[in-house]
Write a protein that binds this ligand. Structure first.
Ligand code: ZN
Length: 192
């Protein structure tokens, strides 16, 4: 496996916490305080163990950035930021279907994917561009290339990264609406 030169610099890691502080782009409700994912909700559905969504990144490269910025008066950062050079392939974390290709002010070029059960949405943001031929309604497999890491939307131009989120969907299965789930443990991340 060639070294992809993924950002392992400690400076970049500190910057990661500051990448998406202005994040306010969706109508998603904040996670209930003090409720861990699925623990006290009585909901049986948990996301499966997922593929790392950035090629060349391993679980040990991940930093838990879910909730960063909560002290700033903004809603927390309900996602994980994964630093990687511009153009690094972004991979589907699971089988499923592309439900929306969306250009948003905060997220830039984004993809919303539903899992095969339709219980979870996976959200990939700040892409440089989509994979050739990617289309709404398309079935994808775990590992399919969805696009490429970039810094579109409100990402810092000098710190390209993937902003990746998981939402537990409501009965309406609306791609823009769901309960945020911290992706970190589902990507194999271990608390420090
Ligand atoms: Zn982010």
């Amino acid at each position: 496996m060639p070294e992809h030169g993924v950002a392992r610099r400690s400076m970049s890691r500190r910057l990661a916490a500051l990448l998406c502080l202005a994040w306010a782009g969706s109508a998603l409700a904040a996670a209930p305080a003090g409720v861990s994912d699925g623990a006290a909700t009585g909901m049986p559905a948990e996301p499966p163990v997922l593929l790392l969504p950035v090629q060349g990144i391993t679980a040990s490269d991940l930093r838990d950035t879910f909730g960063d910025g909560r002290d700033g008066g903004q809603r927390g950062h309900e996602a994980i930021d994964i630093l990687a050079p511009t153009g690094t392939p972004v991979l589907a974390v699971d089988d499923g279907r592309i439900v929306k290709l969306f250009l948003s002010q905060p997220g830039g070029i984004t993809v919303y994917q539903f899992d095969p059960s339709g219980r979870f949405a996976y959200y990939y943001a700040h892409l440089e561009r989509y994979a050739d031929g990617l289309a709404e309604g398309q079935a994808v497999r775990r590992g399919s290339v969805l696009g490429y890491v970039g810094a579109t939307g409100n990402a810092r131009a000098d710190v390209p990264h993937l902003h990746f989120a998981i939402f537990r969907l409501g009965p309406e299965k609306q791609w823009w609406k769901g309960e945020p789930v911290n992706p970190f443990p589902y990507l194999g991340g271990k608390p420090p």
